[in-house]
Design a protein around this ligand. Structure first.
Ligand SMILES: [Cu+2]
Length: 323
């Protein structure tokens, strides 16, 4: 099967890939930065060869969470297998460029490290803040059987802001849930949250999340980790991770504590995204979940969204967790 010419073709293919990877590395090196900081405008090369109607190379917008190791830092679970349960201890370390667990972190959004855990079929989501003891982070997670993706969002002192991802296999009878339908209304703990706005690949999108309770707009949201809301977007398929913070900050004189929380974000490609909004009210942090489809860069809507918004019968799942 491996004829010499086939081998040559394959080698040529590898060379092309190597060049592409190198280009990606360059682009990432330039574009890298905290994914969660709202940028005034998306990073776009304005050199002549890129001013065209062709879609820009995807490499420009490589999101976080896809890699276990990056820039010399590695997310290492103490054990990558776990039992199911409502409070399963999970421990991990961030191994630094020197091969030792990182013990010094910069605080970002009130915490040294943010851990997001999501089952790969999107049937579970947790955003928690582990505690650090001698380089080892520990936290209890509520885990159901299946494969969970864990995202560690952190900045080691003197290191870059990173989001690393790794898988945790949870034992037991795994029942994958059906793919979520488009859903722009979430009900959680007596609250209803609606999502307005459309995602488009490579283009800035304004998303407005409105929180109400018993039919009344909630106008006294509480700051949670320095904002009235935190939005995590995960791409269907590979769980590429985007962490978005809203426009304005509590106490800045203009930002209202609800009912609307406004986000600006740009997703890297067309397709389905799962969005999770953390918000705090009456001392409890709740998570509202949505599923939306991003259109292509030209502003069109990807196929499969003919049902339109608000059509899905299946409302976003929600969760409550105290902090
Ligand atoms: Cu966090």
């Amino acid at each position: 099967m491996n004829t010499p010419s086939g081998t040559t073709a394959r080698l040529a293919g590898f060379a092309a890939v190597a060049v592409a990877v190198f280009a990606v590395a360059l682009l990432v090196g330039r574009a890298i930065g905290p994914v969660d900081e709202p940028e005034a405008e998306p990073v776009h090369d304005t050199h002549g060869e890129r001013i065209s109607l062709e879609p820009a190379p995807a490499a420009e917008e490589i999101p976080g969470g896809l890699m276990t190791s990056q820039n010399g830092y590695t997310l290492a679970l103490t054990e990558n297998r776990a039992d199911a349960g409502s409070a399963v201890p999970v421990r991990f370390a961030i191994i630094g460029p020197d091969g030792a667990p990182v013990t010094s972190y910069d605080v970002q959004h009130d915490k040294q490290l943010h851990l997001i855990a999501v089952r790969r079929d999107f049937s579970g989501f947790q955003h928690v803040h582990p505690t650090l003891a001698e380089g080892v982070w520990g936290v209890d997670l509520a885990l159901t059987p299946g494969t969970w993706r864990l995202f560690a969002d952190f900045k080691a002192t003197d290191g870059p802001a990173l989001t690393l991802g790794t898988d945790l296999e949870v034992r037991g009878g795994y029942q994958p849930v059906p793919p979520a339908e488009e859903s722009r209304t979430a009900t959680v703990g007596g609250y209803q949250v609606t999502l307005d706005g459309d995602l488009a690949a490579g283009a800035d999108a304004k998303l407005t999340l409105r929180v109400s309770k018993d039919g009344e707009p909630v106008t006294d949201l509480q700051p949670y980790l320095g904002a009235y809301g935190h939005l995590v977007a995960l791409r269907s398929g590979d769980l590429a991770y985007l962490h978005v913070h809203p426009d304005g900050e509590p106490g800045d004189g203009t930002t209202q504590p609800g009912p609307d929380v406004v986000f600006h974000t740009s997703v890297p490609s067309a397709g389905t995204y799962h969005l999770y909004l953390d918000f705090q009210h009456d001392g409890v942090v709740r998570t509202a979940a949505f599923t939306v489809t991003a259109g292509d860069a030209a502003g069109g809507t990807a196929e499969g969204t003919a049902g339109g918004s608000g059509h899905g019968e299946k409302h976003g799942e929600g969760s409550e967790h105290g902090h």
